[in-house]
Design a protein around this ligand. Sequence first.
Ligand code: F6P
Length: 322
Amino acid sequence: MNKIGILTSGGDAPGMNACVRAVVRVSISNNVEVMGIQGGYLGLIEKDFIEMGPRSVSNIIQRGGTILKSSRCEDFKRGDGRKKAANNLNEAGIEGLIVIGGDGTFQGAKKLGDEWDIKVIGIPGTIDNDIYGTDLTIGFDTAVNTARDAVDKIRDTAGSHDRQFIVEVMGRHAGFIALEVGMSCGAEEILIPEIKTDLNKIAQRIMEGRLKGKTSYIIIVAEGDEEGDAFEISHKLHKITGLEYKVCVLGHIQRGGAPTATDRILGTKLGIWAVEHLINGESGKMIGEVGGKPLLTPFEETWKKKKHIEEMYMDWIKILSV
Ligand code: F6P
């Protein structure tokens, strides 16, 4: 393999830059040229390619976002979009592709690889951590720490004013961020899409807690909870308990900022392993890290199989928040 392409796709995640840096430098050390594809799959369709050298990735390991830019590309979901992308890759002499992103990115990669016989390796990059085949995804640790820092601050004011707060964290379909943030902040309740939420029971616990002298309450809700967003949940709980609930939606601040050491190292390792496997002829798989070791998982399994969620956290926080 003489030339490969690299792109970042879907929601950006802190640590993607560390990963791009590793991919570029390890490829070059193996005498493989690297083209950066800008703006995710849109850049593939529009042939927005740039040559990457060792200096093009200087000074980025500590930066959030992605220097290659990203997008959620509707055109790539269509066959004609992927045909254009495949032609562009052929014309540029790109023999293999590394894609960094989440499940949508891997679904696109699988189709491109199957339809046009293009070698593709995926790297899990999403703050949601909802990808099967890796203990952690790039960006998750930073997002959890960003949200944890925010909730610690909210806890101060909640305590000073004897208030109930509902803090919404990201995760359209997944509660991994909510669980880790809730556990690390000592939240009283965590609401996630994977586990049915019973607002009556929560209201009962809040009222019982008050009788026992508990005067402030932190509820962490994943944006995808079936009872609605933080505002809807605050209205519903207000109706049942008569109490006021302050709402804080953390939103996209969880996606930005300097990556933690964990995300920089994870991005670096996955970048190195991805290049090694791609140039050794592997394709159609995601490289993850499980128990400290590299693991390849076929693309389809990464979104079809469900990653284990620590449901026991839900019981523990009830015991710990007496
Ligand atoms: O997938 C990452 C994520 O940040 C989700 O947690 C969130 O629901 C979604 O992306 C938001 O996407 P966008 O920035 O495109 O609105």
